[in-house]
Design a protein. Structure first.
Length: 98
């Protein structure tokens, strides 16, 4: 039987990983903010972006954000599935009152 390490330093992510996740989140947030502002920005001609104009301008970024959202939903479903399985296994133990 393998015991889990009680040393907290082994369970923490290195600061470079934390910094990378922070920069990734900041970049995606900035990209979404700029896309949102572009919808309401009055261009020099006085026109605003229509739906098709928005898609033409931000197509690659829409694909990137969509992919990230799909991955995040997948991670969330996986986490929820593991949580429910763990709860199910816990409630099947002998002597449990559930």
């Amino acid at each position: 039987m393998m015991l889990k390490s009680t040393n907290n330093s082994e369970n923490r992510a290195p600061s470079s990983v934390k910094r990378a996740w922070f920069l990734f989140t900041l970049t995606i947030g900035t990209m979404i903010a700029v896309m949102t502002v572009s919808v309401f920005y009055p261009f020099p001609s006085g026109n605003k972006l229509g739906v098709w104009d928005f898609i033409q301008l931000w197509f690659r970024e829409i694909i990137i954000v969509g992919f990230i959202l799909i991955v995040l939903v997948g991670i969330g479903v996986r986490w929820l599935w593991r949580l429910l399985r763990r709860h199910e296994q816990w409630s099947k133990r002998p002597g449990s009152t559930s």
